[in-house]
Design a protein around this ligand. Structure first.
Ligand SMILES: O=C(O)CCC(=O)C(=O)O
Ligand SMILES: [Fe+2]
Length: 356
């Protein structure tokens, strides 16, 4: 069994549900935006989620001061996902960038960059880069299950990254360098927006519940790929072994914004705990439908070569689109944040705070 949420005593505030003593956020209050990114042109592709900076370059950001980085972290966490075009950056620069982002956004001192359980040991790009590749996926049999006989719903691929880890991801970054001529778009959806569409009684009920997230299917995938599963510490002392399962609160507060989000996902969440199996199935189906059936809570990104997306995995979901045959590949870096928690008193609704 995955380790259950034990008590509220691991965080200083007694109104915290979830969390873990060695994986607390280092922020004592949410960040605010000093406006330092306003000098760069930007646009929001939808009101609910996403911001694109068409000319901002990661190479320049790496030289920027800490305040600009903090503003970028706030922008990613508040808008959910940020798109940067045509980036000339090496995998090592992607890693440096992510470490600085997660550190300045207040990740616990025990959290580093994630090592995915399927990452090949001794891979030339290093342990902390996940190669996203259509060819590799075909071999492993993962993520393309919507094309199989089991189900033909493309929406089966909606997920947040690595929620089967006790300390999951705060931010993730993907650079796509190899693209089909058409197809292969990625979609993101806002967890703040879905939370805001729940009625007050439904929010109150979900705030008392936890869910079990499980990625046992990676054991089969590792076998198909012929790679041993990485059972070492995967970026946090709490993430190790072959269990690949964790328990997290159903409603999660993002420490960078202070806003609540729904934190279950179709990819990894198997069971809402403490209710009957039938109740869990109905609740999960309802919450997954809230993600897939609200296209006004989503943004769809059409990639060009070397574009980069950076998202906050605590408060968004994303979904790849497998509508192409030509090779598609990129590099992903995933940083680890805090053990998920709900700030029962302090966590806010985005809508109530921003007024829309
Ligand atoms: O290939 C994509 O568009 C997204 C892959 C993905 O889920 C990820 O990088 O976390
Ligand atoms: Fe993902």
């Amino acid at each position: 069994m995955p380790s259950a949420i034990t008590s509220t005593s691991s965080q200083t505030d007694a109104t915290i549900f979830g969390g873990h003593g060695i994986a607390r956020p280092q922020l004592t209050k949410p960040l605010s935006d000093s406006g330092s990114l306003q000098q760069y042109s930007h646009n929001d592709p939808t009101p609910a989620i996403g911001r694109e900076f068409p000319t901002l370059k990661i190479r320049d950001l790496l030289k920027a001061d800490d305040q600009l980085f903090r503003d970028l972290a706030y922008t990613i966490s508040s808008r959910g996902v940020v798109f940067l075009r045509n980036q000339d950056v090496t995998p090592n620069e992607l890693k440096d960038f992510m470490l600085r982002l997660t550190t300045l956004a207040g990740c616990p001192s025990t959290s580093g960059l994630h090592v995915h359980p399927l990452t090949e040991e001794g891979s030339e790009l290093g342990d902390q880069i996940s190669v996203i590749s259509s060819e590799k996926q075909k071999k492993g049999g993962g993520l393309t299950h919507q094309l199989s006989d089991v189900s033909r719903y493309a929406s089966n691929a909606w997920h947040s990254d690595i929620t089967f880890e006790p300390v999951p991801s705060d931010y993730a970054m993907l650079k796509i360098h190899t693209l089909p001529v058409t197809g292969g778009d990625t979609l993101w959806a806002s967890g703040y927006e879905v939370y805001d569409r729940l009625s007050e009684p439904m929010r109150e009920m979900l705030k008392k519940l936890t869910a079990t997230h499980d990625a046992k299917f990676f054991l089969d995938e590792a076998r198909n790929l012929g790679n041993p599963l990485r059972e070492c510490e995967r970026g946090s002392p709490l993430n190790k072994g072959a269990e690949l399962a964790a328990v997290h609160p159903v409603i999660r507060t993002n420490p960078v914004t202070g806003w609540n989000s729904v934190y279950v996902n179709k990819g990894f969440t198997k069971r809402i705990n403490g209710v009957t199996k039938d109740e869990s199935d109905i609740l999960l189906k309802y919450l997954f439908n809230m993600v897939t059936q609200n296209h006004d809570a989503q943004v769809r990104f059409r990639w060009s070569k070397n574009d980069v997306a950076i998202w906050d995995n605590r408060s968004t979901w994303h979904c790849a689109t497998y509508d192409y045959n030509d090779p598609r590949a990129g590099d992903r870096v995933c940083s680890l944040g805090e053990a998920p928690y709900l700030d029962v008193q302090g966590g806010k609704s985005r809508k109530e705070e921003l007024g829309f």
